[in-house]
Every structure is written in structure tokens, then in C-alpha cells.
Design a binder for this molecule. Structure first.
Ligand code: SF4
Length: 332
């Protein structure tokens, strides 16, 4: 269970039930009032090596921007929701790229307003829309602190139209298993070989736990997707990903295998990641591989086209062998 080292809060959170609840819950934790969750000067000035320590704090504020971003993958809109950032430290996390050192967990207590906008948009639409509520954070992790996933599912279940979806790397799904979700929720579990989880995805759930969580969620009637993401071309990657796909085939329940869909995403990386990681995690693997990667502008890197193409063929072959009847929504 995450216990924050300190809480930084905007005083307006006390006007919201969840704000009050969180302040009570953490009444014994050191607290600092801040003007804005977007600009905490002492955090901004911290050196890169402080990154893991900063992730031990909790920032609580009000979300002010509520702009939906169109999406054309497994949802129609990416929705800014009840949190951003995370207590874990995956070395490639794209939130680090967006917020630099501010990828610590920020909670937003004006959840009624955010869910209301989703519901209104959904009910006004002529077609069924899917809203991605986990693109800025991890809702399963956040739920252990705020119970927001339970609250969201309970308040969304009777909406006339629409679906919610979110990805996760965590296995703490027990609180949502008994809920009456009315088939409106798709959980997309993100997996990687255990060796990569150990070396790169610090603070997330083990592969075994993630697979067990998928099986339980399916039993509870949730729609399930699996993200093999991000694919990282470390030495020996062929064996690692082949074993991962075999393990999924062996350990997923028949019910899951019947209709689970996949998304496969190759890792992208950046200069910002390299700088933060080499100071914050000096003994960790360097994910920037100059032999295999190429620049794609603004300090970002991706795998070279030929390297990625070869890896895609390999992964498609393995998927065809072990999951011949399951849809791969996309490989990017
Ligand atoms: S679990 Fe997700 S949000 Fe958290 S650090 Fe890893 S990639 Fe980022």
C-alpha cells in the first residue's frame, strides 16, 4: 500500500468531498499548501536524481483543463481524468516525456465534473462512443488511493450509451470484481516479459499477478484486451517475447482466449528519458540503443524501420502460432 512521504495540496480541494476524504485519510502525513499542482517550484528545481523520491509524494488539486482528444485506436476520445502520473517508474513512461520530472502522482478531486462531461458527450452522440480514461495515469493503481475506479464504474453503469476503457500494469483488481458494470468497461492489461518488468518497469505488478488479474476480470464479465507494450528490443528479445506469448497461451483462461484482443506497441524513447534515467537509476539498463534506434525529431527516438519491421514479422508469427483466432488491433 502506497504511503506518501508528503502531500502537496491546493486549498480548494477542501471544497470537494474527495478532497476532504483524502486529507482525513492522510491526517498523519506532512502537508504543504501549493498555489497550483502544475507548478511546484521546489519540485521543478530538483535534480534528476531526485526523481524516485519525488514519486513518493502525493499532489492533490483541481483539474482545470477538460479537453477531450480524438483517438482512433481502441477508443474515440482520450479523456483527462482523475489523475496524472503514477507512483511507479517505468523507464520509458511517456508521461515523463510530457511532464519531465513532474510525472509523480497528481490526483484531481473534481471527479463529478469530469464524469459528467463524459456522460453528456456519450448520451448526445448518435453512435456508441468509447472513452479512454487511463491515458494519463494508471486507474487500478489510483483506485488503491481514491477508490475512483469503483466510483466511476458505479456511476457510469446506468448511462444509456457509451463505454469506458483504460490500460493498466497493476493487479489490484479485487475492488472492481463484484461491481455491476453492465458490460460497459474494457480493461486492457499491459504485459511484458518478466525479465523486462524486473529491469525496466520498477514498482509495477509481476507478470503472474497481471495474468491472474486478467482471468479474474474476465470471470467478472469485463471485456479484456492485452497490450504487449512496449516491446523493447533488448539482447535476447526474441526468446523473451516468444516465452511471453507462450506463457499467455498457457496461463490465460479459455474464456479469455476466446475473444481477447491485442495491441502491440514498440518502445519509443527520448533524450529526456535518457537524462533522467541515467541519474535516477544509475545501475539500470540503458534503453537507448544507438545501433537499433533513430531520431524522429524533438529529441525522440524510435527503432529503425528495418529493425522494427523484422521484429514485427517475428511477433506476428508467434501470435499466429499461439493466438491464431484473436484480433491484433494494431502494431505500432
Ligand atoms: S505504470 Fe504506466 S503510468 Fe506508471 S510509470 Fe509505468 S508506464 Fe508510466
Amino acid at each position: 500500500m502506497f504511503k506518501p512521504k508528503a502531500i502537496y495540496f491546493e486549498k480548494e480541494i477542501l471544497d470537494y468531498p474527495l478532497g476532504k476524504e483524502l486529507m482525513d485519510k492522510y491526517n498523519d502525513i506532512l502537508k504543504f499548501e501549493i498555489e497550483s499542482h502544475n507548478n511546484i517550484e521546489e519540485m521543478r528545481k530538483n535534480p534528476n536524481k531526485e526523481f524516485p523520491n519525488m514519486k513518493r509524494n502525493l499532489i492533490i488539486g483541481i483539474r482545470k483543463t477538460h479537453k477531450f482528444v480524438e483517438n482512433h485506436k481502441t477508443s474515440d476520445y482520450l479523456v483527462p481524468y482523475t489523475s496524472s502520473g503514477c507512483t511507479a517508474s517505468c523507464m520509458y513512461c511517456y508521461l515523463v516525456c510530457n511532464y519531465n520530472k513532474c510525472a509523480y502522482l497528481r490526483l484531481f478531486v473534481n471527479r463529478e465534473k469530469m464524469l459528467e462531461k463524459i456522460i453528456k458527450t456519450s448520451e448526445k452522440s448518435e453512435r456508441e462512443l468509447t472513452f479512454e480514461i487511463g491515458s494519463n495515469s494508471d486507474m487500478v493503481l489510483e483506485n488503491t488511493i481514491t477508490n475512483n475506479l469503483v466510483w466511476t464504474i458505479e456511476n457510469f453503469k446506468n448511462v444509456k450509451k457509451g463505454h469506458l476503457t483504460f490500460p493498466t500494469k497493476f493487479d489490484m483488481v479485487e475492488p472492481i470484481l463484484p461491481l455491476d458494470h453492465q458490460g460497459k468497461i474494457t480493461v486492457r492489461m499491459s504485459v511484458n516479459p518478466e525479465d523486462i518488468i524486473n529491469r525496466v518497469e520498477f514498482g509495477t505488478s509481476r507478470l503472474k499477478g497481471r495474468i491472474e488479474a486478467i482471468n479474474k476480470l474476465k470471470e467478472a464479465g469485463y471485456k479484456i484486451g492485452i497490450l504487449i507494450a512496449p516491446v523493447i528490443l533488448v539482447d535476447n528479445w526474441q526468446n523473451l517475447y516468444k516465452e511471453l506469448i507462450q506463457t499467455l497461451n498457457q496461463q490465460l483462461s479459455e474464456k479469455v482466449k476466446k475473444d481477447v484482443f491485442f495491441e502491440i506497441i514498440f518502445m519509443t524513447y527520448s533524450y529526456v528519458h535518457t537524462k533522467i534515467n541515467e541519474e535516477a537509476f544509475p545501475n539500470a539498463i540503458n534503453l537507448y540503443d544507438k545501433e537499433l534506434m533513430t531520431g524522429r525529431g524533438r529529441g525522440k527516438y524510435c527503432y529503425r524501420k528495418d529493425v522494427r519491421g523484422e521484429a514485427e514479422v517475428f511477433i506476428r508469427e508467434q501470435m499466429h502460432k499461439y493466438f491464431p483466432n484473436n484480433k491484433i488491433e494494431y502494431i505500432v
